[in-house]
Design a protein around this ligand. Structure first.
Ligand code: HAM
Length: 463
């Protein structure tokens, strides 16, 4: 037996289906907003993250999976997507023709050497979006609204949106000075990390999670008191649009986010599940003013967010949000005392190619066992086929739930399954069906039998 690497987890069976559903839905929503998919490598040069996420961030200082490859190059497993996505936009010259904004969505694993706990893994999945090239409060507001609405479409009804602004250059310069003055007198009695942060980037002290530092951090000056005229105007414009779009939010003046590339608006989506569990932010993002230039692109700005798939899935499970996914088989094929399975397998393939979910019992089991298996696999119908049926070109079809059984000629099978499965319950109950069953409605003057595709009558054909 080999154990999982600490902080990693398998995603299998129902949970894997849930992940796929979440990722597909988020991708479809992103496409509705005009975003296209980006798939970038998990491996990037370490310097990309040092330059973008920032060497004062916890991610770069403590959490990256970094190694030298055989050519002595420093490589890092991506701890987040934004830097790699912007790098790919620059490398692929997507800004060359000035057709802004460039909009990308992405999904996949990230790696951070964090302390594993509820909702926090060392390998975790994100879905995110980046919109690069046009900078306006309207664009930022639209992105926040897209994140909020994506969560709504997943069935999340009580999302709490926290929002703040890190302002413009002037704001941050004044704010950093105020923080340096404030923490300057207190830094000697704070944790070692904070002492380092004080030197590298005083703003990062606000991320400190050490209990004994919390009171000092809480009483630190707030950025909202340092906003320049322009920063305040832009932030108010974003809030005004969110109001117009009826997106509820709370301004949290302590929200600064742990990545260095943010400038302007920052936000987080939070959710407490019905079980009272809080998995931390289920999604987060913000505006980045200098990242594109830092990575070698033009002097343009961007905004985006990423959602944590693990956290979304946990909330969905706690809140019992059902996936609109049909589970189980359409048809379970039961061979009865057959020695040659070729025809049975032909039928199975024919049905699959026509879109039905089909399994065949190839283990030579008895009828009782096969019915139990059909129930366990959640099959809707059983197709029972022996030598006689093969010879006569007919199938016995049994509804697993109602236990009703009818015999269908081969040529009518698809039509029958289509009605029984795709159009749900429209199958007739004519035991001698195929064909000659009569229309059950006395007043109906149709002259067709019930397998007629173009039958004009709209009644069920029951006997
Ligand atoms: P982040 O806040 O580091 O931002 O991560 C975004 C989301 O990923 C979090 O809100 C959380 O749901 C999930 N997440 C983060 N770390 C973990 C973990 N260890 N285990 C499970 N889930 C986790 C970013 O990554 C930015 N790149 C977001 C962004 C995009 N900003 C602009 N564009």
């Amino acid at each position: 037996m080999f154990n999982l690497v600490k902080g990693t987890h398998d995603v299998i069976l129902d949970e894997a289906q849930q992940y796929s559903y979440i990722e597909t839905l988020l991708a479809r929503v992103a496409e509705m907003y005009g975003y296209s998919e980006f798939r970038t490598p998990v491996l990037e040069y370490t310097d990309l993250f040092v330059r973008s996420v920032g060497n004062s961030s916890d991610i770069v200082r403590k959490e990256m999976y970094t190694f030298l490859d055989h050519g002595d190059r420093s490589i890092t497993l991506r701890p987040e997507f934004t830097a790699g996505i912007v790098r790919s936009m620059v490398n692929n010259k997507l800004f060359a023709n000035q057709d802004f904004p460039v909009k990308g969505y992405y999904c996949g694993p990230n790696f951070r050497y964090e302390r594993p706990q509820q909702g926090r893994y060392r390998q975790f999945n994100q879905f995110g979006v980046e919109c690069v090239g046009v900078s306006s409060p309207e664009r930022d507001a639209e992105i926040i609204s897209m994140g909020f609405n994506s969560l709504l479409m997943l069935g999340f009804k009580n999302v709490k949106l926290s929002i703040n602004t890190l302002g413009d250059e002037e704001t941050r310069k004044n704010y950093q000075e105020a923080l340096r003055n404030y923490f300057g007198e207190k830094i000697d009695c704070m944790c070692e990390d904070c002492k380092e942060r004080y030197k590298l980037n005083v703003l990062r002290i606000l991320d400190c999670k050490v209990e004994s530092d919390k009171e000092i951090v809480k009483n630190a000056p707030k950025i909202t008191d340092f906003l320049s005229e322009k920063a305040k105007k832009d932030f108010d414009a974003i809030l005004k649009i969110l109001d117009a779009l009826e997106i509820p939010y709370e301004v949290d003046s302590e929200l600064v986010r742990g990545l260095d590339y943010y400038t302007g608006v920052v936000f987080e989506f939070h959710y407490t599940s019905k079980l009272g569990k809080n998995y931390g932010a289920i999604g987060a993002g913000g505006h980045y003013g200098h990242l594109v230039k830092e990575i070698g692109g033009p002097d343009i700005e961007g905004c985006g967010y990423a959602m944590g798939i693990e956290r979304l899935a946990s909330v969905m499970s706690d809140d019992e949000i059902q996936l609109p996914i049909e589970k189980g088989l359409d048809v379970y094929i039961m061979p009865v005392a057959l020695t040659d399975y070729s025809e049975i397998l032909q039928v199975a393939e024919y049905l699959r190619l026509n879109g039905f979910k089909v399994e065949v019992c190839l283990e030579g089991k008895g009828m009782g066992q096969m019915f139990k298996k059909a129930e366990r696999r959640d099959a809707k119908l059983a197709l029972i086929i022996g030598e006689t049926e093969l010879k006569d070109g007919v199938f016995n079809v049994k509804d697993i739930k109602t236990q009703e059984q009818i015999t269908i000629e081969k040529e009518y099978l698809l039509d029958f399954l289509d009605k029984a499965i795709n159009q749900k319950g429209h199958h007739h109950h004519d035991h001698d069906c195929c064909c000659g069953g009569e229309c059950c409605d006395d007043d109906c003057d149709c002259e067709h039998d019930h397998h007629e595709h173009d039958c004009c009558c709209e009644h069920h054909h029951e006997e």
